[in-house]
Write a protein that binds this ligand. Structure first.
Ligand code: FES
Length: 174
């Protein structure tokens, strides 16, 4: 196996003039997050969450702003953001479909449902439709194994999913 490397040192960062970490968000983080940690760098995870919550994802410019704000190296913030699956480093769709891939859901037919979603939306897990409407993701056990197969659409849990009702679920969002 070979590591896939990326030339982060010379890559072009898309920037905009208006900061993602604006004064209002900085003040909110200073008041509500920073005091809970022994030093500013220790607040990296919740700060990433706060920015992602506001922006919807974490553009590279935002990671650099977070590094400046916390007194960290940009590479440290980038390392942290790329390590955890909860952080979005590219824009996600309006609706994120999470389909459970753990054992109960797998035994109850999640693969057939996944195939149906992929064919209907023409995307693979980890991708977003061209219109920005749907992102498809695999996820581990959602804690609802008794009603497998299960999935989430954004925060809403769908149980006992079938090839037919996934059609209805997707159509209701279109
Ligand atoms: S295995 Fe899918 S919800 Fe537990």
């Amino acid at each position: 196996m070979a590591w896939i490397t990326k030339n982060s040192g010379t890559m072009q960062i898309e920037t905009r003039e208006e900061p993602y970490l604006d004064d209002e968000l900085k003040a909110e983080i200073e008041a509500n997050i920073i005091p809970r940690y022994p030093d500013r760098r220790a607040a990296t995870l919740p700060t990433l969450h706060a920015v992602q919550h506001k922006v919807g994802w974490l553009p590279t410019q935002a990671l650099k702003e977070i590094a400046d704000f916390l007194g960290s190296a940009p590479s440290e913030v980038m390392d942290t953001a790329t390590f955890y699956e909860e952080y979005w480093l590219k824009p996600k769709g309006k609706y994120v479909i999470w389909l459970c891939q753990s054992i109960s859901c797998e035994l109850m037919g999640r693969d057939t449902i996944m195939s149906k979603i992929k064919a209907k939306l023409n995307i693979e897990p980890g991708e977003t439709t061209e219109d920005g409407k749907f992102t498809l993701m695999n996820v581990e056990c959602l804690g609802s194994c008794g009603t497998a197969p299960c999935g989430l659409v954004n925060e809403k849990l769908h149980e006992n999913m079938t090839v037919d009702n996934i059609d209805q679920i997707l159509d209701s969002l279109e």
